[in-house]
Design a protein. Structure first.
Ligand SMILES: CC(C)(COP(=O)(O)OP(=O)(O)OC[C@H]1O[C@@H](n2cnc3c(N)ncnc32)[C@H](O)[C@@H]1OP(=O)(O)O)[C@@H](O)C(=O)NCCC(=O)NCCS
Length: 147
């Protein structure tokens, strides 16, 4: 699903403090970019406390290259790199039949909620560090790029 404004979101993230260049990846076929994934910084707000986490967005693969595993490869690579960079968790708003196969679970099961109304199965979290995630409850605050 696309609202055709994802390219603007990418530019806004790149201009913000939430941007993590190492977690913005492209899939390349020879010299052509055929897919892209981005993870950027967000916070989980719990009263006065705030915890650092990542948002997975956007993710895209050129239509002619879809259903070949490129999206899965981008997710697995970015998740692996985020884990090695010592992030605690990754939040995604996305399809509930796509992301669970990469380890994403309903965020509400962890006491983490979106800042907007959405059916709970679409708002998911991937634990990278279960211990830190256990102490992380609250409402997600997206960076200004998402406003
Ligand atoms: C979602 C997307 C990145 C998947 O890329 P991909 O390279 O085709 O993914 P993979 O080949 O690794 O996996 C494909 C499988 O994912 C599932 N899938 C793909 N898009 C899906 C969607 N929007 N909702 C649910 N499942 C989806 C399909 O079951 C597909 O399985 P199949 O090949 O057996 O039919 C791609 O479809 C895309 O760019 N979509 C438009 C942008 C978008 O919706 N991004 C996600 C925002 S949360």
């Amino acid at each position: 699903m696309s609202d055709h404004t994802e390219q603007e979101l990418i530019m806004k993230i790149k201009e913000s403090d939430a941007y993590i260049p190492a977690l913005s990846l492209v899939a390349v076929d020879h010299t052509k970019i055929v897919g892209h994934i981005m993870m950027s910084k967000i916070q989980v707000m719990d009263g006065q406390a705030h915890h650092h986490a990542l948002a997975l967005a956007p993710l895209s693969v050129l239509p002619a290259y879809q259903h070949q595993g490129i999206g899965s490869q981008l997710i697995r690579q970015a998740v692996d790199m985020a884990g090695r960079a010592d992030y605690s968790s990754i939040i995604v708003l996305g399809h509930h039949t796509y992301y669970p196969k990469f380890g994403f679970r309903k965020a509400s099961d962890y006491g983490i909620y979106p800042p907007f109304d959405v059916p709970e199965e679409y708002f998911m979290v991937l634990p990278l560090d279960e211990n830190r995630l256990a102490n992380m409850k609250g409402t997600v605050k997206y960076s200004s790029a998402f406003e």
